[in-house]
Every structure is written in C-alpha cells, then in structure tokens.
Design a protein around this ligand. Structure first.
Ligand code: GUN
Length: 292
C-alpha cells in the first residue's frame, strides 16, 4: 500500500508556483493578486480563508481579504463583486461558501467575471469543463487529478466510483475522470444518498473517490482488494485527547481499509492540502491570462 502524500505534493506544487512568480517579478511583472470574500464567523470557513491568504504570501502573491458580517445584504456583496470585476489589479476572486441563507450563492457566483473565477464555480467555467474547453477547474477535483498524475496512477479503462454528487467535488471529478485526458478515460459510476446498496457499487471500484462528509462511511468490506482510494471527507469530530478538543476524520475507515488498497489518501494530509495549491495555480493562470 502506498500513501498518497498530499502534503508533499502540495509543497512541490507551491514551490513550482513560487519559482514562476519570482521569475515574473524579476522580469518587472506584477505579482498575481487573489481577492477572497468571507461572510460571517464560521470557524471552518475562517480557517480555510486564512490558510488561503497565508498560502498567497508564501508563494509571493498579493491578496485581499474582504470580511463581512453575517447580516451583509446580497446587494452589498453584488456591488463589491462588480467593483472587483472591473479592477485590473485583481486577477482572481473567490467567495467562500456556504453563504448565509438570505444570500443566493447562485446570484453571487453568476455576477462574478468568469475570467476571475479561480474556484471554477461560475456556470461558464462549469460548461467549459463539461465541453472539454479551457476552463478554471474547481480546486479539489483539480488536486485529485494532480495526485493521480504525479503518482502515475493508471486510470484508463478503470472503473471509477464516485460517492457524492456535490457541485464542488463529486460532480466535477466524475466528469473529469470520464474525459479523454490522462488522468481520465475511466468508466464512471456516481453514487448518492438514494443509491440502493452502496456497497455493491463501491466494491466494483478500481478507483474509489468519496466526498460526502460522513466520517467512517466506507468500511473495509466495501472496498475491492488493490483499489485506489481517494478520501475527500474532512469532518471535525470531537476528540477529548486533543488540546483543541477535535480532530479531522475522513469518510473512509482508514485503519481497516488502508491494508486492502494499492494507494490511499490519509485525512488529514491527503486531498486537503492540494485544494489550496490548485487555487493558487488557477490564480497564477488568471494573472498570466492562460485560460481566457
Ligand atoms: N467551501 C468549501 N469548499 C470551497 C472551495 O473550494 N471554495 C470556496 N469558495 N468555498 C468552499
């Protein structure tokens, strides 16, 4: 069994990005600039956004964090996004999800300039991805593709079973895995909450990608011998033995599943660290106008 080391892969990608930024600056160019909008005080969202801003600093990007209270109006956010759309200093924009219930995330995403949508959530980017046209790929699926590529995992003709159909992970990774690219060329099954006999499907998987947010959902009896297992779940569970009172747990029962696998991602340290690196990669591409 080989551990897919997301932390190491993520560090390698960030070094590559930092080297490219240094070169741009040497040649008199400007640093890529990411703007992040955060609404409210959810602990998880604040940590994610802070980590994105810190990662920007590490690779030499500029960043702007716009933090709003929970009661910000949709109108106020839309006005700010339109202003950022017009600002040539800012290359990429993300709005941390989820948003409070009184704000429509669909309207927020649609008003963004798709050329600055480095999360790849705008309908134009989603459409381009489905059509196989140049697009910003959402960071987590993009990170999974990087892991598969950098570990030379053969996906062609394999049966890939995806558990979860979210817009952020399950749906885009199922599309990317089926495309005629490498990684890709897989036969894909998508499972979700209404799937009858989930274990029947997961046991058929050469490559099993799980992104539902239910700790320990995938047990040893649900995985084929020699499978590649990618665990996207990262849920905080109470753990009194830790000073902070919690730890992260994946959707896969790692201790019992790992011995059966050819490759598996740990949680934490698997897919998670790659998400930020791929957001940085998209921001670099935005600054270089590589996609649009
Ligand atoms: N919420 C959960 N994942 C993400 C992400 O990748 N980007 C944003 N903007 N919000 C998220």
């Amino acid at each position: 069994m080989t551990l897919l080391d997301g932390k190491k892969t993520s560090e390698a990608i960030q070094s590559e990005i930092a080297a490219e930024v240094a070169k741009i600056k040497e040649q008199g160019g400007k640093a890529p600039h990411l703007a992040a909008i955060l609404v409210g005080h959810d602990g998880g969202s604040m940590t994610y956004v802070n980590n994105k801003v810190l990662a920007c600093e590490r690779v030499g990007f500029e960043s702007t964090l716009l933090h709003y209270e929970d009661d910000v109006t949709e109108e106020e956010l839309l006005t700010k996004i339109k202003e950022i759309n017009q600002n040539p200093e800012i290359d990429g924009l993300i709005v941390q999800l989820p948003l409070p219930k009184h704000i429509s995330s669909d309207r927020v995403l649609e008003v963004m300039d798709y050329r600055k949508d480095v999360d790849g959530f705008h309908p134009i980017n989603v459409g381009h991805m489905v059509a196989g046209l140049p697009a910003y790929l959402p960071a987590t699926p993009y990170g999974i593709m990087q892991l598969l590529e950098r570990y030379n995992i053969d996906t062609k003709g394999k049966h890939c079973v995806v558990v979860g159909r979210s817009n952020i992970v399950g749906t885009p990774i199922s599309i990317l895995m089926s495309k005629c690219t490498i990684p890709g060329e897989a036969t894909v099954t998508i499972c979700h909450r209404n799937t009858v006999d989930l274990a029947h499907h997961t046991r058929q998987a050469d490559i099993l990608i799980v992104a539902v947010g239910r700790p320990g959902l995938i047990t040893e009896d649900m995985v084929k011998e020699g499978a590649v297992v990618i665990d996207v779940g990262t849920t905080r569970v109470t753990d009194a033995s830790r000073a902070r009172g919690w730890r992260l747990r994946g959707d896969v029962d790692f201790d019992n599943v790992a011995p059966k696998c050819s490759y598996i991602t740990p949680v934490p340290g698997g897919v998670g660290p790659l998400t930020i690196s791929m957001l940085l990669m998209n921001t670099l591409k935005a600054a270089k106008k590589e996609i649009y």
